[in-house]
Design a protein. Structure first.
Ligand SMILES: *Cc1c(COP(=O)(O)O)cnc(C)c1O
Length: 459
């Protein structure tokens, strides 16, 4: 029996109603959740029921029980970590992805989503100023995009060194030198660990968290053999960009593969106003970014771009007799990502880009940057507050005197509930960290959030 629409309609209708109720609660609800995970565990726990429950009832129960434990991450006043919201077209497209239920693995088997993926990939390369011949893989997030780009790099530099990685593995292989800036993102180390490449050699960073080029030149000169250089486009505290063009030129002299972690920052390339931050970034070999941050598609969606498709396909391609492949032509989606079976997560990317257009993406990036500057100006004007970074993109770090005082202001701000900004530690200080990543943040959100910080900082 084939599933009938009436099997789905009640549950879907209820899901739409709960979705709209959630979205309409965002302007007024506190940004922070009202209940913690332990309390929620009690609401969802208990023994597995013996018998079935009606699908619409399950949806109602989920929505009702989850509600107190939901963080208003899609709120325009959520500035924690680096968390994008969800554009309307992207959310609706994500629902279609679930309804279509395509396993986005093989071009011939799921042609619609393969074609959508290829179109989205071309748009992303175009917007981000990356080489048109590069391969694009849609992965779960920037952690996996870093992993995938670095896997291609590992494959390439070891092949260049004459080592057959696929047959022999890493044991006994020439050591791959991996070099990164001191302020690389923690997930880069995680990706290197997955790859058996160990901890990177760290090059000191400057006061904004950028890799120091003089120290990088020294480090590159210290060794020989296969090497990978990891650069960053967008520091999570300052938003600062490594000088990618200059660092690529240094890396070239040593035959190093260059990987750029631009989880949120790569999107600066989509606006004429911020493109200069990435100058020379097209000279790298691989790039990682997220669509679920700056582009505002639902979780989970990251993008890896590799300028040497052969290295990526050698690292990630699957060969199995039952996966009948096209004889020639473009690669299958599965050749560019770690997974075999996978969600068609490029579809919301296509929808987001289609709904915004080129100028819409540039406007989105410009708006985020403008709001970040306004928040920095507003918070910086509060008595006792100091903005610690040069606000070049979407990230702001503030202190309010000593560490204890900054932590106190952060805690009071979160308890107030008007806005959410993460506490963090940067360059040996506790900081209040702001990330403007949500498409829906407007001037009123910015003003209300500055007022909330002012209240939290009042003695
Ligand atoms: C968020 C982030 C990551 C990790 O991305 P996920 O999507 O959370 O896996 C890596 N690098 C930077 C700079 C980030 O901001």
């Amino acid at each position: 029996m084939t599933a009938r629409p009436e099997d789905y309609a009640p549950a879907l209708d209820h899901a739409v109603a709960h979705t709209l109720a959630w979205l309409s609660s965002l302007p007024d609800r506190p940004v922070r959740p009202r209940a913690d995970a332990d309390e929620l565990a009690a609401a969802f726990g208990g023994p597995l029921p013996d018998g079935p429950t009606d699908a619409a009832e399950v949806v109602d129960e989920l929505a009702r029980r989850a509600e107190p434990g939901l963080m208003a991450m899609p709120s325009g006043r959520f500035f924690g970590w680096v968390i994008g919201g969800t554009l309307p077209a992207a959310l609706a497209a994500d629902w279609l992805v679930s309804a279509w239920d395509q396993n986005a693995t093989l071009r011939y088997a799921t042609p619609a989503v393969a074609a959508i993926e290829e179109a989205a990939a071309r748009w992303v390369l175009d917007l981000l100023g990356l080489p048109g011949h590069a391969d694009v893989g849609f992965v779960t997030g920037a952690t996996m995009a870093n992993f995938t780009g670095l896997a291609a790099g590992r494959q390439h530099v070891l092949a260049e060194a004459g080592w057959d990685l696929d047959t022999l593995g890493l044991t006994g292989a020439p050591r791959v030198r991996v070099i990164a800036g001191a302020e690389r993102h923690a997930t880069l180390d995680q990706a290197l660990r997955y790859l058996g490449l160990g901890a990177p050699t760290l090059v000191p960073a400057d006061g904004e968290g950028r890799i120091r080029l003089d120290a990088l030149a020294d480090e590159l000169a210290r060794g020989a053999g296969p090497a990978i250089l990891c650069l960053q486009a967008g520091n999570i505290h300052s938003g600062a960009y490594d000088d990618i063009g200059a660092a690529c030129a240094l890396a070239r002299q040593h035959g190093a593969w260059v990987h750029v972690d631009g989880a949120f920052g790569l999107w600066a390339a989509a606006s004429p106003a911020t493109r200069h931050l990435l100058s020379g970034h097209e000279l790298a070999d691989s790039w990682a970014t997220d669509a679920h941050k700056t582009l505002n598609v639902p979780y989970d969606c990251g993008i890896v771009v590799v300028a040497r498709p052969a290295a990526l396909r050698a690292a990630m391609g699957t060969q199995a007799s039952y996966l009948v492949r096209a004889e020639a032509g473009p690669a299958d989606p599965q050749d560019k990502v770690p997974e075999l079976s996978r969600r068609a997560r490029s579809v919301p990317v296509w929808a987001a880009l289609r709904s915004l257009g080129r100028t819409g993406v540039a406007d989105l990036v410009d708006r985020l940057t403008r709001h970040a500057r306004a928040l920095a100006d507003g918070i910086g004007a509060i008595e006792g507050a100091t903005i610690r970074n040069d606000v070049v993109f979407t990230q702001v770090c503030a202190t309010f005197g000593d560490d204890a005082r900054t932590r106190e202001v952060t805690a009071r701000l979160l308890a107030d509930g008007t806005a959410w900004m993460s506490g963090s530690r940067w360059q040996d200080r506790d900081v209040l960290r702001v990330s403007v990543s949500n498409w829906s943040t407007d001037d009123a959100d910015v003003a209300a959030s500055i007022e909330a910080v002012r209240r939290a900082a009042a003695r």
